[in-house]
Design a protein around this ligand. Sequence first.
Ligand code: GDP
Ligand code: IMO
Ligand code: MG
Length: 420
Amino acid sequence: MVDVLLGLQWGDEGKGKIVDYFAPQYDIIARFQGGPNAGHTLYVKGEKIVLHQIPSGIFHENTTNLIGNGVVLDAVTLKKEYDKVAAFGVDGRKNLYISERTHLILPTHRALDKASELSKGNEKIGSTLKGIGPAYMDKTGRNGLRVGDLLDKNFTTQYIKLRLKHQRLLDSFGFNEDISEWEEEFFEAIEFMRTFKIVNGEYFINEKIREGKKVLAEGAQGSMLDVDFGTFPFVTSSNTISAGVCTGLGVAPQKIKEVIGVTKAYCTRVGSGPFPTELHDETGERLRKIGNEFGATTGRPRRCGWIDLVALDFACMVNGVTQLVMTKADVLDAFEELSACTSYGIDGVQQKMVPYQMTKLAIEPNYVQYKGWQTDITRITESDSLPAEMKTYIKFINEYLGVPVTYISNGPGRDQIIKA
Ligand code: GDP
Ligand code: IMO
Ligand code: MG
């Protein structure tokens, strides 16, 4: 049996914290897409740690973690993460398995990401520059190298062949930065990666499922960054939605049970692209400040705005969300009034659908206003004790989306979560 936990907005919904919370209920936590563009924040023994590729179940002794074939993996970042995790007294290799079909991010992929972004000027995606797009291009273009290739004695020859191809592309971009240091790091890191448990991920996970083990598939990024259904071209290069679990792990759709959608009580986005409810005023600034909205991977300030129920409804539809977790509800504690976007005005017409090409449209969000609760909720442990105004806000969201909010996160701490 597989449950899925994923972000419903533009990423950074707090997935890491929630996976860490649910991990004891599962035998396996598996990443199925994305790569080091992700930054999942956890608090372990009161200390903060940001994971990029290692699944967020790593701090639970009895939990197995799997990096699935749908991920693009950077050996250098993996080594750094391993060291970070080790500082908490955990051997990151012990309970971690990597699928041999997982594609590798090469130093030239990072260079290509940078060159491509530079060439786009004002139209840049705002990529994390981790080489994600170029690595997935080599996967679908049938050129990439995979973790399983590390075990092949011809790996270096294969690498050099692909590097030459990349060099021609880099030349066409006029990119001439020296990446020899990156390459040195890379070869050191892949030596280290060879010491990890490299497995046939699809047999590994299906055998566990047959044994009755419970799997939680951990999404990265968010549904609005999905390469097919997000705000293209301002998206990432993988399928971030629940369908990605099937291709990213090799599990059949009927094995999937719950789809847990994580949403902030408001909305943020980092990088370029449309964001209908973005606030450019002091309210947006206030959300950023109270919510500490700065990227976990790049440190960039996140764009902030009100919750967008049109986009959330769309995300619930394409993912088949069965329950919602609302995070960062405490960030709204001090607000006198809250807004929730319930429709888009496009050319004077009101609609509740996410349009095909958000990028080229002027979207006017229509809001319903709610009275804020103006109460500190960070120490509340029971839903009965939540302020009445908050209950009203959540009830409205439940009804609009037709999906229940089952948990409310009221702080970054491990225990700051309330069963609704
Ligand atoms: P992810 O990528 O979805 O795992 O989310 P990030 O880790 O990038 O960003 C979420 C940020 O919000 C992190 O700094 C978390 O520590 C923090 N966070 C998570 N849940 C809550 C919450 O309920 N309240 C507050 N105030 N912060 C939270
Ligand atoms: P987590 O898992 C927020 C954004 C980037 C950029 C776009 C494409 O922490 O929620 P890419 O590097 O993938 O080519 O960048 O996607 N992006 C994220 N935004 N959270 C993430 O991951 C993101 N991963 C990528 O900012 O706009
Ligand atoms: Mg993040």
